[in-house]
Design a protein around this ligand. Structure first.
Ligand SMILES: *Cc1c(COP(=O)(O)O)cnc(C)c1O
Length: 454
């Protein structure tokens, strides 16, 4: 298919197994630690929150984990997703580079997130759980989990950051259409929410508060409800590897192998899913690909953070994870790429970055939106603000090739569409988008507050 624009696979090509990178890493991942005892946590510590199958996947050393047929059957609704050759963008940039992009915006929820939501709902259903609780910011994750729970007949309770609940009503409507109950957080449903409301009745909420509410709702339900997380954890990256496995096959059909892979990182799940099969080729078979993670300058965990143990949430309720962090009390500026406003990063991504297998770069939001508009005008698709970070760096790399005359193969990940983000485009066109510089002082303050782990 060397001349195609869309490189398509058939349903039979949907991967049969998820790829687990853990056995292919040069050493074990650092253990997750209990904040009270400072000892590695065991399955029992996690059992009130997650089903056993997912707890097992979190630490599994099996290289391939079979995808259950009911999960693959739901994947068929939108998988395999297309890989495009960005021919119009190449012509516009006048670059000798070959540009390709994988597009996950074709899922019903509009991003990569259903790949793990469906898997998580399946395992919870299998173990007799009745409902899942979760938090959501702008609503990408909440809507994906709502859809997945709907397919498996599970209840779904979403604690949605109040300011988004009020300002971004359409993702909330999607969740309700798929049958979820959506609470503006802080809510009166939980002690955590009531405590915040007592002190700040007008609190706009935050992701940290919403996580505390969702965790409490699951932990106090006597096993009826469990909690679900849409990024960061090993099992989430595992489920997302369907993306990279498809890209591998699609690039074979295109008759090329990537010189450069580029994805955006918030918690690291779309990037991990897209790149880990290629990381394996690099680690195990020595195939040299540059693999670039792109983050916002407003939340530069990899490029400016410290590789230490920290809490996963602002409320300091989670176990301690070794990751590149800006400090769990650091609250990133309100950039429009809401999915990238996280203080930490997936442990697998951090491990690979520390090892030097992947690179990272941070970009401010105005150049990101400039790239988004260029991309939309060339390729038609409106990208979400998050993947537009990857598009920015892909364009920059293509322009470098123009200077040097190199014919590099650049593959980037467009992990979601921007149909619910058009207000951000409006702000860009009106010249009202601030470029937040690296907030050195606040990060320093938050890092001074790190938990003491030996
Ligand atoms: C949630 C989300 C992200 C950030 O999460 P990752 O785990 O880093 O992938 C990025 N892009 C989109 C479209 C999202 O919905």
């Amino acid at each position: 298919m060397p001349d195609s624009t869309k490189i398509l696979l058939s349903e039979a090509d949907i991967p049969q197994a998820w790829y687990n990178i853990q056995p292919d890493l040069p050493g074990p991942l650092p253990p997750v630690i209990h904040p009270g005892t400072l000892q590695p946590i065991g399955p029992d510590d996690l059992a009130p929150l997650f089903p056993m199958a997912l707890i097992a996947q979190e630490v599994s050393q099996e290289r391939w984990i079979e995808i259950p047929e009911p999960v693959r059957d739901i994947y068929r609704l939108w998988r395999p997703t297309p890989l495009f050759r960005a021919r119009r963008l190449e012509r516009y940039l006048d670059t000798p580079a070959h540009l390709y992009y994988k597009y996950e915006g074709v899922s019903p929820a509009g991003s990569h997130k259903p790949n793990t939501a469906v898997a998580q709902a399946f395992y919870n259903k299998e173990e007799g759980v009745k409902a899942l609780t979760t938090e959501t910011g702008a609503g990408q994750w909440g809507s994906s989990l709502a859809m997945a729970c709907n397919f498996f007949g599970l209840g779904c309770e979403v604690f949605m950051v109040k300011v988004s609940y009020e300002q971004k009503p359409y993702r909330r409507s999607m969740m309700q259409t798929w049958g979820a109950t959506v609470y503006p957080s802080p809510s009166t449903q939980t002690q955590a929410g009531r405590r915040v409301l007592a002190e700040h009745p007008d609190s706009p909420g935050s992701l940290g508060i919403a996580i505390s509410e969702a965790v409490e709702a699951a932990a106090t339900s006597g096993g009826v409800k469990k909690y679900s997380l849409g990024s960061v954890l090993n099992h989430v990256l595992l489920h997302q590897t369907v993306i990279g496995q498809e890209v591998m096959k699609q690039m074979e059909l295109a008759g090329e192998y990537p010189d450069i892979l580029i994805g955006c990182v918030g918690g690291g799940s779309n990037f991990g899913g897209f790149t880990l099969p290629f990381v394996r080729e690099k680690l195990v078979n020595g195939r040299p690909t540059r693999i670039i993670a792109v983050e916002p300058t407003a939340a530069p965990s990899l490029t400016k953070g410290k590789y230490v143990y920290d809490f996963g949430d602002t409320g300091k309720m989670t176990p301690l994870i070794k990751m590149y962090t800006l400090g769990s009390s650091f609250i990133p500026a309100p950039i429009h790429a809401g999915g990238l406003r996280y203080h930490g990063m997936a442990p697998i991504v951090c491990y690979l970055y520390d090892l030097g297998v992947i690179e990272a770069v941070a970009v401010p939001q105005n150049p990101v939106f400039e790239a988004a508009v260029t991309f939309a005008r060339c390729e038609g698709i409106m990208p979400a603000p998050e993947p537009s970070h990857a598009i920015r760096v892909a364009i920059d790399e293509a322009l470098k090739c123009k200077e040097t005359g190199e014919k590099k193969v650049i593959v980037f990940h467009v992990c979601g569409h921007g149909h619910f983000d058009m207000a951000a485009y409006d702000a860009y066109f009106a010249g009202k988008l601030p470029d937040y510089e690296y907030p050195a002082e606040e990060v320093e303050k938050a890092l001074a507050d790190l938990p003491a782990v030996g």
